[in-house]
Design a protein around this ligand. Structure first.
Ligand code: G16
Length: 548
């Protein structure tokens, strides 16, 4: 079995990618993230691990180099499993171990994993590599590929792509093209054909107008939306903003989905036109946020909760018109606005499950439903359909006892499925779906917003000495450590009408996040500030005290 050349593994590590950091790193919410300059050896080691994972799973896997919503000097790496999903959790422990051992222990760890999991080391495996637009990405990709080559894997470099594109390519390859063609062109063609089919001949409908302002966050989303613009022709007019040259430091800077969501404000660079529908994606185009400006210049946000509800309601109606029984559910996190959860469960009568922050948790929870819609409030999410459900639809098409209307509805649902990137949250695919639904309902963005009223809320960040000192339970809604912090939060929250607040350590940035909602914006702001100050005091806050 063990024919790999361990001499190369160590030599490459020692000569080209030595471990430079003393501190341990951890595979977090979305892989490893840190200052790009510290990540060379981590990338090399993830190249090694990717080959082992691919051999273990007997398929190709993906590695995406990105730090998504983080500032431009950061970078990161996430591994993609053969089905296009995030790396299986049990392997995150291996990833962390690989990243932290000394250079001369690497070979031992490889021996350990190979013998424990009985990995066949002679297989030739392909590793699909993608990167975002960060200037540090090419050299990190080189380190990654050295790791892949050191274990005789075959790197296939897709260049600059969005994270969801790479997830898509991985699944296409492993599904032997059943899911689609694993090329950029294949991806654009599949999605835009489905979109155009659903849109039909009339591009506008009722209050819906087919123009959208698109904030590309000065990242890969801005690059890739141009291909869609070409493919979609006049069916959707996408006016693109924030497409700075690579390396100007503008990536996610005062723009992009995270900025708009956290600051609840318009991004820089997008013209402020009253009542005009706008959307922002983040640095690797896996998150999507909608917004518009009212006549009083107030910015209205339609976030992941709203997107999820729009989609769930539409799919529910569509499936009902096919006459088929379906088990549809929605997955949210603690960040979901309380008003959205009430609306889904009480008005839509769709069951809701809660999961911890991180697509990997939501995705698996959603897979328990025949149709599982999952979104984080930050705009990260997608829809997954059980294989059996898709087969049920195809079989029903052959059922002659169903009416023409029912057949039409079934075909429509199948086309909607083609528009969706089921592997992971995909901002562009999600945007095309939202546009499809608004068009089909004849809704403006204001019509969409009218469904329910969000509870005012606020997100804050607190810097502390060691964020791992904060631990949580109950899908992150209850804080266990430091002792007494949750009691303090409960006491503060009790003073606010419709108040709710929780704290959790970020898995992608070196800080603690604080979420609060209450009956008015002032109270939500005040509540989040009080809780943030409490965290600062009880969890060794560093730097300036939190302020609004
Ligand atoms: C990543 C994850 C998301 C998560 C976000 C923030 O997003 O994929 O699931 O919500 O980080 O996570 P945390 O609060 O733990 O920092 P992205 O878009 O940065 O990949």
């Amino acid at each position: 079995n063990n024919h790999f050349n361990y001499k190369t593994v160590y030599a490459f590590a020692r000569e080209m990618h030595p471990k430079t950091e003393k501190f341990d790193v951890q595979y977090g919410t979305a892989g490893f993230r840190a200052k790009a300059s510290t990540l060379g050896y981590v990338m090399y080691r993830m190249g090694l691990l990717a080959v082992l994972r691919a051999r273990y799973k007997k398929g190709c896997v993906g590695v995406m180099i990105t730090a998504s919503h983080n500032p431009e000097p950061d970078n990161g790496v996430k591994l993609i499993d053969p089905c296009g999903e995030m790396l299986e959790q049990s392997w995150e422990l291996w990833a962390t171990k690989f990243a932290n051992v000394a250079d001369d222990e690497l070979v031992d760890v490889i021996h350990e994993i190979v013998s424990k999991l009985d990995i066949e080391m002679t297989q030739r495996v392909e590793i699909l590599v993608g990167k975002d637009t960060r200037p540090s990405s090419p050299s990190l990709a080189k380190a990654l590929c050295d790791g892949i080559l050191a274990l005789s894997g075959k790197p296939i470099d897709y260049g600059i792509v969005t994270t969801p594109q790479l997830h898509y390519f991985v699944y296409c390859k492993n599904s032997k093209h059943e899911y689609g063609i694993p090329t950029e062109e294949g991806y654009y063609t599949k999605l835009s054909n489905a979109f155009k089919k659903l849109r039909g001949e009339s591009f506008n409908n009722g209050n819906y107008f087919n123009k959208i302002l698109f904030d590309g966050a000065n990242g890969v989303g801005a690059k890739k939306i141009k291909y869609f613009q070409e493919c979609l022709g006049d069916s959707l007019k996408i006016e693109m903003y924030n497409d700075e040259l690579i390396g100007t430091g503008k990536l996610n800077f005062m723009c992009g989905a995270d900025y708009v969501k956290v600051k609840q404000t318009f991004p820089n660079g997008v013209p402020q036109i009253t009542e005009q529908r706008c959307c922002s994606v983040d640095g690797d185009a896996d998150r999507l946020i909608y917004y518009y400006l009212d006549e009083n210049k107030k910015c209205h946000l339609l976030d992941g909760d709203r997107i999820a509800i729009l989609i769930a309601e539409y799919l529910k109606e569509m499936v009902e018109s096919t006459g088929l029984e379906v088990d549809l559910g929605l997955v949210q996190t603690a960040y979901a606005n309380g008003a959205s959860t009430d609306y889904i469960t009480q008005k839509l009568k769709v069951p809701v499950s809660f999961a911890c922050t991180g697509i990997k948790y939501l995705h698996h929870e959603a897979q328990k439903f025949e149709i599982g819609v999952y979104f984080e409030a930050n705009g990260h999410g997608t829809i997954v359909f059980k294989k059996e459900f898709k087969e049920k639809l195809k079989l029903a098409l052959e059922n002659t006892s169903l009416s023409n209307e029912q057949h039409g509805a079934i075909k429509k649902v199948l086309t909607i499925i083609d528009l969706i990137n089921e592997t992971v949250g995909d901002a562009i695919s999600d945007m095309l779906l939202v546009e499809t639904i608004l068009h089909s309902k004849g809704w403006s963005i204001q019509d969409w917003e009218k469904k329910y009223t969000d509870l005012p809320n606020r997100l804050m960040k607190v810097s502390v000495k060691d964020r791992t000192q904060i631990t949580t339970t109950n899908s992150e809604r209850t804080c266990i450590k430091p002792d007494g912090l949750q009691d303090e939060i409960d006491t503060i929250v009790a003073r606010y009408k419709a108040g709710r607040s929780f704290v959790r350590p970020s898995g992608t940035e070196d800080l603690v996040r604080v979420y609060a909602e209450a009956i008015s914006q002032e109270e939500a702001d005040q509540l989040s500030l009080e809780v943030a100050l409490k965290v600062y005091d009880m969890a060794d806050g560093i730097g300036p005290k939190p302020s609004l």
